[in-house]
Design a protein around this ligand. Structure first.
Ligand SMILES: [Zn+2]
Length: 461
């Protein structure tokens, strides 16, 4: 295995100054065509160094301004970029780079202050730095970026060993708008519009108070989202930020929700009128993202609410987590003949909810225990009298099963006064941001029938 290296023109003193200031020399360019003869397969590979002495260095001490030493001419530094091979440790990589064992050991020790070297992944590129000297190059440090947001470096500290530092790259939050028409599932529509899965999960979670995803969604319903993408200064996408705004349009009725931070610092989602989306009970007490039955149920809505059937069935794959619909005390968690594994939660003196046919209970779910809304209490199964895996869900009022639809328990958390005014400002800002972001994008959307648009705000059209 060969390690090839090239000289870069970066002045040594400047480099050391930047490193000592806790900065990292960023951006190794991808392997060049010139590197095509680099050995394939496992083991360290050399890459052409693509260094930008003044362009991209993130310097914690001066917020990316050019360091004063940057222009000082001095000797070149030899950079060797290698990859961690399968089964290799950082020590192996340094040995491959011909770093003396003592130096390598000290460097790895110094690294432990900011990064656990065991977390280095196969394929992680590490740039090893040498200062050319008469009688052989001297190892002066190394650097790598374990993720797009972070860079880690080790630098020789005179003759006193090595120091390590870690730089968090500043990110900006870029708003992204997306919208789509639901054909078979919300998830599919989201994927088609390029919305990240985590954002769709948050979306579903936030609407779980109001929407029964198995029954309420119809083909042709629409969604809109405004979410953030985290972007570093060099344009690298580094994950998703918050969901800022979302709207579901069910049978022509818009249900927008907005993320808002109150003056005492609480962050929550509110509807257009400044009412918290949270309710005492979830409408969809299973992981809404995994419900698979699609729209089939809707052709026979009577199945869900017939007189014979005292609850609501949610078809979902076995093992899908079941959530406590609301905060309360567990009244029962036991096996009963036709209900199978069964949990009942008492929410207040009047209202309880019950969950049947579970494959198993979640850990620590036992009679007398307390649960919060959204706690996992068990998993979908087919125990008891069930033809296939599903959650049988009941809402009981004074001990009698009632239609969950007839129970609406708002939390009463409504913004008022100056808080409401602040929220209306948030709302206007987000509405505007959505329109701006949307007009700047090519959207993967299929427009719905024109008549759907005309009844946007009506509740009966
Ligand atoms: Zn049932």
């Amino acid at each position: 295995m060969t390690v090839r290296s090239r000289l870069s023109r970066l002045p040594t003193l400047a480099l050391l100054a930047i490193m000592t200031a806790g900065a990292l020399i960023p951006t190794m360019v991808p392997a060049h065509a010139a590197d095509a003869q680099a050995p394939n397969g496992r083991g360290p590979h050399a890459h052409k160094p693509g260094i930008k002495p003044n362009g991209g260095a993130e310097d914690a001490s001066d917020q990316g301004e050019e360091g004063p030493a940057n222009g000082t001419p001095a000797g070149p530094v030899d950079r060797r970029t290698l990859s961690i091979g399968r089964g290799d440790t950082l020590m192996d990589l340094l040995a491959e780079a011909k770093v003396p064992t003592n130096d390598a050991h000290d460097a790895v020790q110094a690294l432990r202050d900011v990064y656990n070297p065991r977390r280095l992944q196969v394929g992680q590129r590490v740039t090893v730095l040498f200062e050319p000297r008469r009688g052989g190059a001297r190892f002066v440090g190394l650097e790598f970026a374990p993720d797009p947001l972070r860079s880690v470096s080790i630098a020789r500290k005179g003759d006193a060993g090595f120091t390590s530092s870690q730089i968090e790259k500043p990110v900006t939050r870029k708003p992204v708008a997306a919208q789509g028409v639901i054909r078979s599932s919300l998830f599919e529509a989201g994927a088609q519009a390029g919305v990240p899965i985590a954002v769709m999960m948050a979306f579903i979670q936030d609407f779980s108070y109001d929407v029964d995803f198995q029954r309420d969604l119809q083909p042709g319903d629409r969604f809109e989202v405004l979410y953030e993408k985290l972007v570093t200064a060099d344009g690298t996408e580094a994950g998703d930020g918050d969901l800022l705004y979302a709207s579901l349009t069910l049978e022509g009725e818009d249900m927008p929700i907005y993320r808002h931070k109150t003056r005492d610092g609480r962050i929550d989602y509110y509807n257009r009128d400044g009412e918290s989306i949270r309710r005492a009970l979830l409408r969809t007490p299973v992981d809404g993202a995994r419900i698979t039955s699609g729209f089939g149920m809707r052709h026979h809505p009577i199945l869900g609410f017939s007189k014979m059937h005292q609850g609501v069935d949610f078809g979902a794959p076995a093992g899908t987590p079941i959530y406590a619909a609301g905060r309360g005390t567990i009244e029962m968690a036991e096996r009963s003949s036709s209900y199978g594994n069964y949990v009942r939660i008492r929410h207040n003196t009047e209202i309880s909810t019950a969950y049947a046919h579970m494959s198993r209970f979640a850990k620590a779910i036992r009679r007398g225990g307390r649960v919060e809304q959204g706690d996992v209490i068990g998993y979908v199964g087919a125990t008891g009298r069930a033809t296939g895996p599903h959650l049988h869900y009941e809402v009981l009022k004074a001990g009698h099963q009632v239609n969950p639809r007839s129970i609406d328990l708002p939390t009463g958390d409504k913004l008022e006064g100056r808080e409401l005014q602040a929220f209306q400002q948030t709302r206007r800002t987000l509405d505007k941001l959505f329109e701006e972001s949307r007009s700047g994008l090519q959207l993967a959307r299929t427009p719905g029938p024109a008549d759907e648009k005309s009844c946007n705000k009506a509740t009966s059209c």
